[in-house]
Structures are given as structure tokens and as C-alpha cells.
Design a protein around this ligand. Structure first.
Ligand code: FA5
Length: 339
């Protein structure tokens, strides 16, 4: 009987160790120590034992019962929720300070740029990211079936009608704004744009542009270039730029502004496609047809417009080698840009 009691104890501890939750512990307690449990069943056989074997059995059984009861209580404690009393809880310890967010580098760039243009008298105009093909293309002098539409890889929302799309640039805000305003106007319009294109270090499928539009009497290309030069000086200090002729159907003449790649010092890298130069913005004098589409008389007024690639500017400003990092949402990357 003594050997059976010792064996019962060993098995009971093994089962208890394996218990996964408090209901398993409860079941084990009934099975071991209940009125019809294993211990009671064993002890019920005491009267059948020869007298000489009975001595000491009662004491051994009581000590095993006590050991098992203590172990069951301890095991149950593992599954109950800790309380401030059960933990080593010291309310006088300093707490964890909450992590405070900061502006995304693209947002910070836009805010600084908006301040600069506000100082020149520009106001901010907004437009929707879901745009009509008419505003995104037709009114900007890019009729349906014109090959110039191929310049933009467009996400159409309804391919059957091709009436709605995710805007490919912020230029449609120009015509929207002029539906309800008369010159002189000086506006900027920051916002998200979308293009269905293969990504690389300087191209993403959605990015930010900062559009600018000025319409007044006697505006010339030199006014555009002077404005852009002042903006770049404000943003970067001294930088090397090239103004190259370019084609955008809504301006005439059109230009592209390229900046010497600050990531590689002009030597060539993946961001500037080994050329040493990075295209930063498109610009030009508003095309007379577009002025007419804006209800403006081209004989009386002229205008200039520009569309800045905000992520590319942010890349060069902070030495970020890949545009895709900016939308990665990786906190280890973003935490480097506290403002
Ligand atoms: C345009 O979107 C014209 N609307 C700009 C414009 C406005 C011209 C007003 C004339 C007058 P473009 O497709 O080149 O142009 O884009 C403008 C800038 O956005 C580029 O110079 C570049 O800096 C940036 N950009 C273009 N594609 C991407 C891309 N996939 N990822 C990140 N930046 C881009």
C-alpha cells in the first residue's frame, strides 16, 4: 500500500504539471482528492490489509493529501489574473513616457513650402484625388485619343466609360479653381497623385505634387524662373539646376527643372539613374487654349504654372536614397525626421 501511495503521488504531480488551465486543475483535484477519488479509493482498502502493514499508512496518506492540496492551490494561482498585490508592484516608479509622433517629412516639406509661397502672396487651393477625365486631361489641352495621354499611366475607375480616374497630377486643380475665380490669381495646390507605373528609386505609384498657378497681366517666363529660383534657394540654399525645354500640352513653352543629384554629389547613382541629375518639376507658361478653358482672355492675361515632385525634393533635402522609403510606414526610417 505504501508503494501504491508513493506511486499515486508521483503520477499526481506529473498530471498537475501538465495541466493547461484552471478547469484541468479542478478536474484533477476531484479525481485525486474527491470523496470517490483515487486517494480515498486506496485508503478504503486499509481494513483489508494485514495489521502489521497498516501502521504508518494513515500518516503517510495525510502528508500526501496535504502536499497535493498545496500543489493544487499553487498551480491554480498560475492561471488567475495577477493583481497589484500579487505582483511586485511599486506605484512610485516613474511611468513610461508616451511616444509622441511628429510630422512626416513630406508633410513637413509641404508646410515649409506653403509658408514660403504664402510670403509671396499665394493662397492654397484644393481638389479631389478622384477626378474627371475632362479636368485631368481634356480641359488641359489633352483630348481623348491624343498620344499625349500616354505620358501618364492612369488608373481609371470605370474603364468602360473612362469618365473617372485617380488624378495623375495636380494640374486639374488649375481649371477647377478658375471655374469660380477671376484673375489675378496666385495659388498653390499640394496633393496626392497616382500613376500605374513600375516603381524604382525615383518613381512610386502614388506620390505628392505641389502645383502652382499664377495668372495676371504681363507675366513672363522670367517671372516663372525667378519664382522657382527663389523657392529652391529657400528650400536648399545654393543648388545647381538645369532648366531644359520640355513638352506638356497645357503649357507653351514648357520646361523641366533638373537638380544636381545631392545624393551622389552629381557622380551618378540609382536615384538619378547614373546621370547626376534628377528631374524635380515640370513648368511653363499656361497655354492659350487652357486659358480659354479657364474662362480667361489670353489677349489680356498670361500665366505660368508648375508641378513640383515633392517626394523627390524631400529625398534630396534629407539624403534619402529611395523614394519608396517615404511611404513604407517603417517607423525606424521615419523616426529620423523629427521636426
Ligand atoms: C506633371 O505632372 C505636370 N502636371 C507638371 C506641370 C505642371 C507641368 C504645370 C507644367 C505646368 P510630370 O509627370 O513630369 O509632370 O511630374 C512632375 C514631377 O513629379 C516630376 O518632375 C517628378 O519630380 C515628379 N514625379 C513624376 N513621376 C513620379 C513618380 N512616379 N514618383 C515620384 N515622383 C514623380
Amino acid at each position: 500500500m505504501k508503494a501504491e501511495l508513493e506511486q499515486l503521488k508521483i503520477e499526481a504531480f506529473q498530471l498537475l504539471n501538465r495541466a493547461q488551465d484552471s478547469s484541468a486543475v479542478d478536474a484533477l483535484e476531484i479525481d485525486l482528492l474527491g470523496r470517490r477519488g483515487k486517494l480515498s479509493t486506496l485508503l478504503a482498502r486499509i481494513p483489508e490489509l494485514p495489521v502489521e502493514e497498516r501502521s504508518g499508512i494513515g500518516t503517510l496518506a495525510s502528508s500526501i493529501r496535504k502536499e497535493l492540496q498545496d500543489a493544487i492551490v499553487a498551480k491554480r494561482g498560475q492561471f488567475s489574473a495577477p493583481t497589484s498585490q500579487s505582483l511586485d508592484f511599486d506605484p512610485t516608479w516613474p511611468g513610461h513616457s508616451p511616444s509622441i509622433g511628429h510630422l512626416h517629412p513630406v508633410t513637413a516639406f509641404l508646410e515649409r513650402s506653403a509658408d514660403f509661397f504664402a510670403s509671396l502672396g499665394y493662397t492654397i487651393a484644393d481638389g479631389p484625388e478622384v477626378e474627371t477625365a475632362t479636368n485631368n486631361f481634356d480641359r488641359l489641352n489633352i483630348p481623348a485619343n491624343h498620344p499625349a495621354r500616354d505620358l501618364w499611366d492612369t488608373y481609371y475607375l470605370n474603364p468602360a466609360r473612362a469618365g473617372l480616374l485617380l488624378r495623375t497630377h495636380t494640374s486639374p486643380v488649375q481649371v477647377r479653381y478658375m471655374d469660380s475665380h477671376k484673375p489675378p490669381v496666385y495659388i498653390i495646390s499640394p496633393g496626392r497623385v497616382y500613376r500605374h507605373e513600375a516603381t524604382d528609386a525615383s518613381h512610386d505609384t502614388n506620390f505628392t505634387q505641389l502645383e502652382g498657378l499664377a495668372i495676371d497681366r504681363d507675366l513672363h517666363l522670367t517671372d516663372l524662373l525667378g519664382t522657382l529660383e527663389a523657392f529652391l534657394k529657400h528650400t536648399f540654399g545654393k543648388v545647381k539646376v538645369q532648366v531644359r525645354p520640355s513638352f506638356f500640352p497645357f503649357v507653351e513653352p514648357g520646361v523641366e527643372l533638373h537638380m544636381s543629384c545631392l545624393l551622389c554629389g552629381g557622380k551618378g547613382c540609382s536615384a538619378c539613374k547614373q546621370t547626376g541629375w534628377l528631374e524635380m518639376l515640370g513648368a511653363g507658361m499656361v497655354h492659350p487654349t487652357v486659358l480659354k478653358n479657364m474662362h480667361v482672355d489670353p489677349a489680356k492675361f498670361s500665366g505660368f504654372a508648375f508641378g513640383i515632385g515633392v517626394e523627390r525634393m524631400t529625398m534630396l533635402l534629407h539624403g534619402i536614397p529611395d523614394v519608396r522609403l517615404l511611404l513604407s510606414g517603417d517607423q525606424r526610417f521615419l523616426e529620423q525626421f523629427h521636426y
